[in-house]
Design a protein around this ligand. Structure first.
Ligand SMILES: NC(=O)C1=CN([C@@H]2O[C@H](COP(=O)(O)OP(=O)(O)OC[C@H]3O[C@@H](n4cnc5c(N)ncnc54)[C@H](OP(=O)(O)O)[C@@H]3O)[C@@H](O)[C@H]2O)C=CC1
Ligand SMILES: Nc1nc(=O)c2c([nH]1)NC[C@@H]1CN(c3ccc(C(=O)N[C@@H](CCC(=O)O)C(=O)O)cc3)C=[N+]21
Ligand SMILES: [Mg+2]
Length: 345
């Protein structure tokens, strides 16, 4: 097992890289010249920019807001938020996500800690790591990257994470509070929280609207539906046993697609003018792409965009928001410590 911390060389290197990036001049907004040489999207795409929800750019804004708050926290309280990311095994996609989470931490000024366990690590070994992080005052958030290898009980591991450090928001006590009126969870799961944040920043009204959530997983669909309901939407969840999912979806003003089936939601599923949030991340073979594949969502983008008033792209939609919300949750956790606030459950 390798326990590591990026405080020294890693953090400095990342900070240097991010400040270089921040210093790089942005191209001036000159529509005529720009449009003539470099259209914002490929010319083949009929989707106008005014329909796009730019998750990447909204996430960048949130990250710079957090960076400023972290600097103030360091000054006022001498406290640096710390996030621990635990990876078991070596799935390529998980390694990529964990890397981008640690990089995002460094860029906003957090310390990040990591444990990389081999794929054959035992449940007991993983529990020991979680317990060490629960007890470590430098750490305000613990994320155990999912999925875990089959021989380890996700339930047992997620239940072991201290709810005060459960920045993924997956602990049953946090989910339970999310489901109940008059209660507030300590943390809301990052991906659904990011979906709502996109709707709010785009000024999409939620109260009184019909919403359809496609998928009911513990980490995306179910908490997304709870969040919409808390904002007074009338929510229908559809799943793999729903016979008429398309008809139900076509009545919705807001669609959150999280079914894990590439491009399943076509234009026929979308009511004219609806707002479409595509959570899906799927690799699709594409011989013209550098890696031989490209990422597509659970929504067939161009067909759905033709009907929608607003739509998130993949990549560049919900994904970057998930990471921004993870940073936000970790910051909030550190702030509770800084302010000595007792966790309210
Ligand atoms: N952008 C991001 O930050 C993140 C993206 N993702 C992506 O979001 C998607 C969903 O992830 P996750 O929730 O973990 O996936 P899961 O596989 O855990 O859940 C998928 C859900 O979709 C339902 N479903 C499957 N097939 C259909 C169908 N044909 N019609 C209707 N519903 C269906 C399933 O139904 P049932 O319950 O009956 O099995 C299940 O509830 C994936 O593409 C994943 O890669 C996930 C996490 C974060
Ligand atoms: N404990 C835990 N918490 C998670 O939050 C969690 C997890 N396990 N397991 C896997 C899923 C998936 N997930 C994503 C995060 C960021 C992007 C993301 O940044 N996507 C970019 C592109 C990424 C790329 O290019 O590969 C985008 O959509 O633009 C995607 C997916 C978090 N998850
Ligand atoms: Mg899953």
């Amino acid at each position: 097992m390798a326990l590591s911390c990026n405080r020294q060389a890693g953090a400095t290197r990342q900070a240097a890289r991010s400040s270089r990036r921040a210093a790089a001049p942005r191209p001036a907004l000159r529509p005529v010249a720009v449009a003539a040489t470099a259209p914002a999207r490929p010319a083949a795409s009929p989707v106008p920019a005014s329909k796009l929800i730019d998750g990447k750019s909204i996430a960048d804004t949130i990250r710079s807001e957090i960076a400023a708050e972290v600097a103030a926290m360091k000054q006022q309280h001498g406290l640096t938020p710390g996030l621990a990311v635990v990876l078991v095994g070596a799935r390529k996609d998980s390694e990529t996500y964990v890397r981008s989470k640690k990089k995002a931490c460094a860029e906003v000024g957090f310390d990040s800690y990591g444990a990389d366990l081999p794929a054959d690590a035992t449940e007991e070994e993983l529990l020991k790591v979680v317990e060490a992080y629960n007890a470590d005052p430098r750490i305000h958030g613990i994320l155990v990257q999912l999925p875990l290898p089959k021989h380890i009980s996700e339930k047992r591991i997620l239940d072991a994470i201290s709810i005060e450090k459960d920045v993924d928001g997956f602990h049953p006590l946090n989910i339970g509070a999310l489901a109940m009126r008059g209660r507030d969870p300590l943390f809301v799961p990052c991906t659904p929280k990011g979906c709502i944040e996109l709707l709010e920043r785009m000024k999409v009204p939620i109260s009184g609207r019909r919403a359809c959530v496609i998928g009911r997983s513990n980490i995306v669909g179910m908490p997304a539906a709870l969040l919409l309901q808390r904002r007074d939407a009338t929510v229908t969840m559809v799943h793999s046993k729903t016979p008429d999912a398309q008809r139900i979806c076509a009545e919705a003003d807001i669609v959150i697609a999280a079914c894990g089936v590439a491009e399943m939601v076509t234009g026929d599923w979308i009511k004219p003018g609806a707002v479409v949030i595509d959570v899906g991340i799927n690799a699709k073979d594409d011989p013209t792409a550098k890696k031989g594949y490209r990422l597509v969502g659970d929504v067939e983008f161009e067909g759905a965009a033709a009907k929608a008033s607003l739509i998130t792209p993949v990549p560049g939609g919900v994904g970057p928001m998930t990471i921004a919300m993870l940073l936000q949750n970790t910051f909030e956790s550190a702030k509770r410590v800084a302010e000595g606030a007792k966790a309210s459950h």
